[in-house]
Design a protein around this ligand. Sequence first.
Ligand SMILES: Cc1ncc(C[n+]2csc(CCOP(=O)(O)OP(=O)(O)O)c2C)c(N)n1
Ligand SMILES: [Mg+2]
Length: 678
Amino acid sequence: MASIGDNSGNQTALERQAAILAEPVTAERGMANAIRALTIDAVEAAKCGHPGMPMGMADVATVLWTKFLKYDAADAKWPDRDRFVLSAGHGSMLLYALLHLTGHEGMEINDLKQFRQLHSVAAGHPEYREHPAIEMTTGPLGQGFATAVGMAMAERLLAAKFGKSLVDHRTWVIAGDGCLMEGISHEAGALAGHLKLNKLIVLFDDNSISIDGGTELSTSEDPLKRFSGYGWAVRRIDGHDFSQIQAALQFAQKSAKPVMIACKTIIGFGAPSKAGTAGSHGAALGGAEAEGAKRALGWDHLPFTVPENIYAPWREAGTRGATARRAWLKRAQKHPQKAEFERVMAGKLPDGLAEAMSNYKAGLIASMPKLATRQASQKALEVLVPVMPELVGGSADLTGSNLTQVKGMAAVAPDNFTARYIYYGVREHGMAAAMNGIALHGGLIPYGGTFFVFTDYMRPSIRLAALMGIRVIHVLTHDSIGLGEDGPTHQPIEHLASFRAMPNVLVLRPADAIETAEAWELAIRNTSGPTLLVLSRQAVPALRDSANGNKSARGAYVLAEADGKRAATLIATGTEVALAMAARATLAKEGIQVAVVSAPSFELFGKQDKSYRESILGTAPRIGIEAASGFGWERWLGEDQKFIGMKTFGASAPAEDLYEYFGITEAAIVAAVKQAGV
Ligand SMILES: Cc1ncc(C[n+]2csc(CCOP(=O)(O)OP(=O)(O)O)c2C)c(N)n1
Ligand SMILES: [Mg+2]
């Protein structure tokens, strides 16, 4: 059995490699070898990294980047470029070498020499924003693939809106065995097949090797059969045969279905003994093996040196799209929807939004409705959706519970991409990744719903959204024990704390309809990370008597000041703010005056200056109230203060009984205030 560094299992791979290398080096192979040599050099210099995948996929990538991919190295952000996603992000040197060779500014030879060093654009895994041509951060296997599905959806949605003359591009993915073993590949693949995303093309690095050894250790599946079951067109080719690669990519461009091409490759192609083994996956080849690989490839140049006769055709490939881009720019200039296209691609908000929302909020103040915050969210969407054509909604099969759909939002379907509502199916992870892809593509703002507890199923994608700093909006209803009878499996307890711990996630748990409207405003204006709208199933009374400004924007504010000196400060979020208000009224009758602070967002409150925070929190004893784990509340309460919330999982019962049972009641708050020594 093969294991790391052991080449006993790769005899056939080595024989196959020897046969290929016995043939004269063609111009294309020479170009591909430049990727291999740069990969070897960068990984040797860093003394770590993943040489196997770039060496294996260099031939496929060369054909793609010199003949098929639509891009112009002079403008990595050309809106109508093809998107290229390296889902197998550990093979980052493949992307860096391609960007360098094709003449992308900002990926110079010195950057490759800095591979994996602090502040290098050539980070261990591709990082979004490190270089404009890096379409997304990859590394967690499967994420790139699933995000690419969202990019391909965005292309269809925008093409339906603006027409082919502005939007007509493909999404190409390189995915490995690992990406396809991950569960998310099922959700994403099934969704793409259902929507017939025929401009999505996945090049599967079918090398039958992962870290632990041969894939036969852990899988017997034929991914092509699986994907053809999803409605994909599939092909199997020799990933080192240039004419087969070219023919497959031509076929892919004509497909009416999404395409998966399994490219049979040899991992670490060229390495004399480690090729075809897990030994080439994730460690520097080492001096002798690296030398041997270059010799076998016929590469006779100093490290980090590419001869001009190889640079030249690569640079030419980098300018291949220039004519198409110029023609596109001309068309865009004359396009009747030019201004709108530029607005949405820049992520700018439309005129009329602020006014529509302030009218809506004024109406709420006039009517003071008692609503579940999920209902209030739907009402906000009824205002937002008509004025924001870039909003694309959806839910993971909980539309009627999340209340994410509003009138006029038809279902996106293979024959209807003018619609704006995506039925993601029971695929939370696939949804969250696709939403990332929609946001990354540009031109659209995705929101999607599920129960808050099922963020557990989408956490890796939310984390990537936070890391990349992109605008996605999660509508997360049924936010506490208040959902009642469905019981502890459905009652999120630790989720608020866990997302408050995740950097760059904006968590908002509004208390009433006005705060929910404010939360939506904040979500839409949060261009630098994901927003989680954490909403209730059960109704809450209207608490605010003014809608001036956006009070939630400061994270926490005094909803009701004490009548006189504060005996205590009650700090609550979401549905528990109403409880705090009730306790305040009861205490006032006994002559005890307390303030109520509504704290819809810890992140935003944490960003305020100290004097604001101190003015809100006050010096009186503090009591925190939230139907969730108290983990993290010390931040506002300090060590010794009282927290009224959850210490265990919830239970199945009517909501009122649960609040009573777990002691999250008006009476408990009143008692806590009295205990605090008032
Ligand atoms: C979600 C996730 N799990 C585990 C890893 C660690 N990891 C990185 S590469 C890899 C093996 C991937 O195998 P494959 O995709 O076949 O890549 P190859 O070895 O062929 O380059 C693993 C397990 C990861 N990056 N992401
Ligand atoms: Mg593999």
